[in-house]
Design a protein around this ligand. Structure first.
Ligand SMILES: Nc1ncnc2c1ncn2[C@@H]1O[C@H](COP(=O)(O)OP(=O)(O)OP(=O)(O)O)[C@@H](O)[C@H]1O
Length: 859
């Protein structure tokens, strides 16, 4: 066994080998050490001398252990026991049946159902990147390309959208240390590498053709880098997956400019799907908007949030559908009631194609499609375009329901080899077998009764032995009564044994019934599965309809529960929000009421809002709220406001807070500047910029100058709608520029304390109130007092500096006088030199030297 293990390990060096042994998976040597440490399980040994360290996990609980290892970046190979045909019966060998890496997890139950699990493949050639992403569970396969002089940022943006657990890259890409560092510091995925020749255009084309067919590929084949990445991605899947990849049957090329661009820091800062605090869902926009009933709806909503639309027509279609569901309370609740019953049809369909569905999965499919006719009936009441399309596209799948309803047992076992899968009445042979197996004995008793009656032999009995099987025994005295159709089998001392055609037929049924029943049930199950596989395109289409419907219902429900309003979308580059609120903060505030605020920005007179105000006043909340409202409007959602007019925005950029990125070797300030540089490089007049305290990571004057220059640059060159929060009060002087306006957050002073009013009004703040905020935060009294003292001294110092400046200015005047005195001194020295001069005796050389000396004195 250890020999087999070593052989497999030799081939799969970087993997943890799960070796099946009866009811356990065992791991040996180094794998055992890793498993014991990472899974917190006991490390034992296989032999008494402790030479073979071993760790084991139970077979039925293996999923969760595998998931734990995979989420820590390990790769796993599963080996199952199979009979070795070359060896004597009973001897088993182990075969690799599955390779699991973070991007190719297919059946792990512990996975987040509301998240796609992509294997992403990146092919890089100079500044060109091909990206392909496959989700094995849903069968989704998408690809795109990046070709730009500044591709790193765009690559990061794309990856942050896909959030893959594993990335396959070509080796020369991997060898680029700078890029590798950027990837490693920004993401937590497993980087898998393959040699460059793995990324080959010609073999990629061949592979793609065999997977997707010519029709789908005509346009994609024009995108060389996409083709190479897609081919390598597919190759890797084939390499790692023993199961079929038939469910990956469509490929989509997406243009990145179909969606609003949200860069990586924007996704993080706005806490779209993961909170800044702990990476969890609580406190994010997704958390607020997710009232979906199905996992597939949850995944779709997540995608909508991560990819807001920019096509106003498509957004309005979504909005109108949300509005209809918002207005019709009863329809909404009735539809939600239906959706509550549905299973994850998208993933079930994925499993179906992989060929690894069990009877319970088929039952789940049946119990999902069962509700489709009712959902379709409810949708028939809708009038808006998108809901009408959903109604038309929803296939009620009555035939699929019928097949499953008639065939699959209500409570089938997990295993496909234990029987109990198929309902009575579906297949006559199964019925017979089952009857024979379960009712064999009573059938024999019944036969005995029937034969006694027919022959009139009261002592006739049906018996069984291993040599002849079932027989009819008649005593000597009764032999004349034996009917003609009895076939003699054996003569005994006091009687004879017979068989009949009917008995022989039933005997074979009874004897092999159990075994045959299991075989036949499995066969019939496979036939039903094949029938369903043929219906996969219909199943897929309907699950897409349900996902979209679920999201629309969720958006309508959230809008109704949280008092949102339908924003008016425009193409006029203006944003007007009346009484806007932060969708997350308003739900998480405990003791305070959320104070709404207005926003009016455009590309002309109100292009840049400079917002000043004390710490904790609500500047960041306000700016994030504007960005979130704009983003929500672009996904088709209603927004937390009294009214809103939102002009279509191509990108939202945020630079918020100082996030240390020590692992990348970059200081806080450096990170900040890289982000600002990215914004200035990529923002357009259609973008929304949220800039919070730019420049605070360096000395006051440097920071102030940078902030100042950035605003001037945006105002002059980019002309993007901008919200700019700052503590540098000097910046407010920029209001003299056309398009720049000052706002402040109101606070009220009460004695030494301040009260936050959270209201944004025109004008500039006059004070920072930093010490009052520190006091609120609970800094020791002595520290607060000392801080106040220092502040006073500094302010005093500032005042005396001003006085010093005045004195200095006066001294300037004085020094100009001093300069005059020096002139006269110099003149005196020159006069003394000339006074001793005798014009008759001086040689030409002496005259020259004297002239030089005079010059020296005068300069
Ligand atoms: N409009 C509002 N209504 C009610 N509470 C609010 C509002 N805005 C902000 N808050 C509360 O005030 C807290 C601080 O707000 P925020 O972080 O936006 O302040 P800030 O001005 O950006 O502070 P700093 O300058 O220190 O970063 C928030 O966590 C929130 O609890």
């Amino acid at each position: 066994m250890i020999k087999q293990y070593r052989e497999i390990k030799e081939k799969y060096k970087d993997y943890i080998v799960f070796f099946r042994l009866g009811d356990f998976y065992e791991m040996f040597f180094e794998d055992a050490h890793i498993a014991a440490k990472e899974l917190e399980i006991a490390l034992t040994s296989r032999d008494p001398e402790n030479r073979v360290p071993m760790a084991g996990v139970p077979y039925h609980a293996a999923d969760q252990y595998i998931y734990k290892l995979i989420s820590k970046g390990y790769k796993v190979v599963i080996c199952e026991q199979v009979e070795d045909p070359k060896k004597a019966k009973g001897i088993v060998k182990r075969e690799v049946v599955k390779i699991i890496t973070p991007g190719t997890i297919t059946e792990i139950n512990a996975l987040d159902e509301k998240k796609n699990n992509y294997l992403v493949c990146i092919y890089r050639e100079k500044h060109n990147f091909g990206i392909a992403a496959a989700d094995l569970m849903t069968g989704e396969f998408v690809t795109t390309e990046i070709q730009s002089p500044y591709p790193y940022q765009e690559l990061l943006d794309e990856l942050s959208k896909l959030e893959p657990p594993e990335c396959l890259v070509n080796i020369s890409f991997y060898n680029d240390e700078a890029l590798q560092k950027i990837l490693k510091t920004n993401f937590n995925f497993l980087l898998t590498t393959r040699e460059d020749d793995y990324f080959n255009l010609e073999s990629a084309k061949e592979l793609l053709l065999s997977q997707f067919g010519e029709e789908q590929l005509a346009d994609i084949f024009k995108k060389t880098y996409s083709v190479i990445a897609s081919g390598a991605c597919l190759n890797y899947l084939r390499e790692t997956q023993k199961l079929t990849l038939n469910h990956i049957n469509s490929i989509k090329y997406y243009e990145r400019n179909e969606y609003m661009v949200l860069d990586i820091s924007c996704r993080k800062n706005l806490e779209l799907t993961e909170s800044l605090a702990d990476g969890k869902r609580y406190g994010t926009l997704f958390w607020v908007l997710d009232k979906t009933e199905t996992s597939m709806g949850g995944r779709t909503l997540r995608k909508w949030i991560e990819q807001p639309l920019i096509d106003i027509i498509k957004i309005k279609e979504r909005q109108d559908a949300v509005e209809e569901l918002y207005n019709d309370y009863f329809l909404r609740q009735e539809l939600k009631e239906q959706l509550k019953n549905l299973y994850d049809l998208e993933r079930l369909t994925g499993k179906l194609v992989c060929g690894n569905v069990n009877a319970r999965d088929l039952l789940a499919i049946k119990n999902t499609v069962k509700y489709f006719p009712k959902i379709k009936e409810l949708l028939a009441r809708c009038r808006t375009k998108l809901l009408v399309t959903l109604h038309n596209d929803l296939d009620p799948l009555n035939d699929v329901y019928e097949i499953l309803e008639n065939s699959i047992n209500e409570d089938p076992p997990l295993s496909l080899k234990e029987g109990g899968l198929i309902k009575d009445g579906f297949n006559a042979d199964i019925d017979k077998l089952r009857k024979a197996a379960t009712e064999g004995k009573s059938w024999i008793a019944e036969l005995e009764r029937k034969e006694r009656e027919r022959t009139g032999i009261k002592s006739l009995k049906v018996g069984y032995n291993k040599v002849f099987g079932y027989y009819i025994e008649v005593t000597k005295a009764n032999l004349p009564l034996v009917p003609k159709d009895y076939i003699r089998k054996q003569t005994l001392a006091n009687g004879e044994r017979f068989v009949t055609e009917e008995l022989k037929e039933y005997e074979s049924l009874i004897l092999g019934a159990e075994e045959k029943l299991l075989e036949l049930e499995y066969e019939v199950f496979c036939q039903i599965r094949e029938k369903l596989i043929a219906e996969i395109p219909r199943l897929k289409k309907s699950s897409q309809v349900i996902s979209v419907l679920d999201v629309l219902l969720s958006l309508a429900e959230v809008a109704a529960c949280n008092n949102y309003v339908k924003p008016e979308l425009t193409l006029n580059d203006e944003i007007h929000i009346v009484e806007g609120r932060h969708p997350v903060v308003e739900l998480t505030l405990k003791d305070e009421m959320f104070i709404p605020n207005d926003t009016h920005i455009d590309c002309k007179d109100s292009m840049i809002s400079i917002i000043t105000g004390p710490n904790m006043a609500g500047k960041s909340t306000y700016m994030r709220q504007v960005a979130l409202i704009v983003l929500m409007a672009h996904i088709g959602s209603f927004v937390p406001a009294k009214s809103a007019q939102i002009g279509i925005v191509d990108r939202i950029f945020t630079r918020i807070g100082a996030s240390d990125n020590l692992a990348s070797g970059q200081s806080t300030f450096m990170v900040e500047m890289v982000e600002v540089a990215n914004i200035l490089k990529n923002a357009t007049s259609k973008s929304l910029l949220i800039l919070d305290e730019i420049g605070r990571g360096t000395s006051t004057y440097d920071g102030l100058s940078i902030a100042w220059a950035v605003i001037e640059y945006i105002n002059k060159h980019i002309r993007a709608k901008t919200l700019f929060a700052t503590h540098y009060h000097e910046i407010t002087q920029l209001k003299k520029l056309k398009g720049v306006k000052n706002f402040k957050v109101l606070v009220k002073e009460r004695g030494e304390d301040i009260i936050f009013l959270r209201k944004i009004v025109d004008g500039e703040a006059d004070k920072s109130y930093g010490i009052q905020v520190a006091k609120l935060a609970g800094l020791p009294k002595s520290v607060i007092l000392r801080a106040q003292q220092i502040l006073e001294e500094l302010e005093q110092h500032d005042k005396s500096n001003i006085q010093t400046e005045q004195i200095a200015a006066a001294e300037d005047v004085a020094s100009s006088e001093t300069q005059l005195n020096i002139e006269s001194i110099k003149n005196e020295q020159v006069i003394r030199l000339i006074k001793d001069l005798d014009i008759n005796t001086i040689t030409p050389l002496e005259a020259l030297n004297l002239l030089y000396s005079i010059k020296q004195k005068l300069i």
